[in-house]
Structure formats: structure tokens, C-alpha cells
Design a protein around this ligand. Sequence first.
Ligand code: NAP
Length: 258
Amino acid sequence: MAALEGMSASHAPAVRPVAIVTGGSRGIGAAVARRLARDGFDVALSYRSGQEAAEAVAEECRAAGAKALAFRADAGSSEDCATFVAAVLAQFGRVDALVNNAGITRDGLAMRMSDDAFDQVVSVNLKGAFVMCRQVLPAMMKARAGRIVNVTSVAGVFGNAGQANYSAAKAGLIGLTQSLAKEVGSRGITVNAVAPGFVETDMTVGLNDKLREAALTRIALGRFGQPDDIAGAISFLVSKDAAYLTGQTIVVSGGLSL
Ligand code: NAP
């Protein structure tokens, strides 16, 4: 999918659009960073602890012709988010797309879930996305253009036993997406969400065989998702082809029914 109109590397080499991807060191975020670099974006990706992995992804983005920056920024820290966006603006001078991908799980039955497990998951998955949006909006409003994509989950759309904290955070992300879309639509900024189903990454690698087999029977396409499956949908949402699409949640689950 080509990058935003008038800014694509292939059509206007003078200026490449800039994308921020949170949690870009592994899994879905890494696939998104690589994909957007191929699409013509310069890419700034954040990580919490995986510096080496993040630097390797940034290097792959450079190999695809992009400028790339790997930056340590805890999505659960408003201060880190502000420093990250300030660094991106200082180094790249603009921000055209934000992909709020950083996420964690701390699963457990609700009646035994600690405050800490609830707060941490909400802090990283939901509040972190909100803070990143708040930080990029002044630049996007000024440019009267921008794309924001929040990575939610089927758990936020349908709920999931054992994930009250995660489902609440991801459902909150859908509310954030819809409200923000209404707030900033008149400034040419779109805000959408992607809800992956079961994607093979570090987040799901620990699931036991029984759970995996049960999940597989509920996926219409008969296979688990790969990070590139999600990156493809995000590539579309930040492209010029998605200019008239906002406030929506695209479920990318291979037809998973819960
Ligand atoms: P993953 O493989 O566990 O990777 C998580 C990424 O987020 C890593 O880059 C990690 O950085 C980063 N991260 C974690 N906590 C962070 C923090 N506090 N601050 C900054 N970065 C942080 O996860 P994934 O499967 O790719 O998931 C990506 C997104 O998709 C998440 O929002 C997740 O909820 C969502 N999702 C995943 C699935 C799935 O089946 N995998 C399904 C639905 C939704 P470090 O390397 O530094 O730790």
C-alpha cells in the first residue's frame, strides 16, 4: 500500500512521511515497522526492554530505504511517551502516522486478579495509547493530516474469560478510537483500530497445545494469524486509500468466532 498522498517516497522523494510504531521490537509491531518502511515511511519504533531486537528491526527498516529510530519508551510512562514523541519531532520534523501497538497481558480469573495486574494492563494497553495520541495530535492538527491506528484485540470486541483486565483495556481502546475520530476528523486526521485474533508471537507462544487446538477449530481460515497479516491491514489504514475511513475497528482474525 502506498504511503500518504503527496508524501510517498516513490512519488515525492523529497519528503518521506514518518510513522511511529510503539512496541516495534518484536511480533506484530516489528512486522508493522518493516512493512511501513517498505511502504515509504521513515519509522520510529519504541520498546521497553528489547533494545537489541529493536535496533535490529530499525536496521531492517534502513535496509528498506527508510530512516529509522529505535527508542526506549515505556508505554506505561507518560513522561517516556512525551520524550519519545519530542525526539521523533526533533529528528524527523514531522509525524504522519501513529500505530499504538505496545501491549501486555497479565491473565487470570477476575476474582483472583490483583489491582496491580489490572492497573498495569490498563496502563500500558490503554492509557499509553491515549498519551501517545495526545502527544502527536498538536503536530497532526497543525498539518491538518494524520493517521492513528490503535491495536486492540478480539478480546476487546467479544470479551475473553481470564482476561478481564486485557479485555477492558482493549474495549476501552475502541471507545478511545471512536471518540478521538469524532474530535479530530474535521482536521483531516483519521483514527481507527485493528483487532487481531490469534497471532503467532511471543504473546501467544506460551499457550498449551489443548488451547491452541481448540482455538484453531474456531478459525474459519483454519490457521493462526501471522504478524504480517496484521501489518497488511495497518498498512492499508495509514495509506491514502483509507482516507474516508475513521472511527472503525477492523477485525483481522481469520474469521475467529468466540
Ligand atoms: P509481543 O510479541 O509480546 O510484543 C510486544 C511488544 O510490545 C514488544 O515490542 C514489547 O517491547 C512492547 N512492549 C511491551 N510492553 C511495553 C511497554 N510497557 N512499553 C513499550 N513497549 C512495550 O506482542 P504481540 O503479540 O506482537 O502484540 C502486539 C499488540 O497486538 C499488542 O497490543 C497485543 O495486545 C495485540 N494483540 C496481539 C494478539 C496476538 O495473538 N498476538 C492478539 C490480539 C491483539 P519489548 O521487546 O521491549 O518488551
